[in-house]
Design a protein around this ligand. Sequence first.
Ligand code: BEZ
Ligand code: FE
Length: 270
Amino acid sequence: MHSQTGVEIPGITANPRVVDVVQPLIDRVQDLIREKNVSYDEWHQAIHFMMDLANSGEMPLLMDVFFEATVDAVASAASASSTTAIEGPYYVPGAPMLEPPCVMPQRPDEPGEPLVFSGTVKTPDGKPIVGALLDVWHSDATVPGTYSNIHPGQPAFNLRGRLQTDEQGRFELRTIRPAPYRIPDQGPTGRLLNALGRHSWRPAHVHVKLTADGYQPLTTQLYFQGDGFLDSDVASAVKDDLILALEPAGSNGGSHLTLRYDFQLAPTNH
Ligand code: BEZ
Ligand code: FE
């Protein structure tokens, strides 16, 4: 049965999920056009905006800015793992595998304060997970930060690396402190944010994707206390328990910041 006309039309196969989700979306946009008296001029501007968006390649960026945090909230509600966060558009598979002592791939003159990121990966009842794989990526320390493989100017896979937990479920990665990141403001996403009266910054963050055999995968981000954009993240993705203190530390005459986090992975349901 055609959902709007009530007429049976041969050759049409309704997808019940599309009917359930997309039809109300269409209905709401139609309501909004009436409620806000959208004009033909605005209608044409909307079409041009969407064509610009598709041509610019910014579709994943715009979707992540406006909607991924909500998808993450729905997905994480059912999980017993530690706190999740959005992946964002800049994950690149195949980062170099690092061996202890793990040092993030970086330029010889990589700017930024040295940072040692360490912690554990355990089950919800506290058993270490040996050989869990952490895929870590973050921006560089220039302000605004940029990502290798995405923005020009860095070698491929700079500040991207994979490492595994040891026999006690521990990991340690030597890297640099990333800077706050700014959504490109010359493209359609930036223009829309500007028209909405919103800035285009994300607080500095470290991305982690965690996988281990027999456990549910986890994607998250860690933020730093004191960052000026924690309360106004353009992607609305900050969660309080992912905001961590960066503690100063020194050893062997050198000094660095430390970032510590203990992850939990829930077993897969059989
Ligand atoms: C990020 O986490 O890097 C990101 C998230 C959403 C949009 C753009 C970037
Ligand atoms: Fe990011």
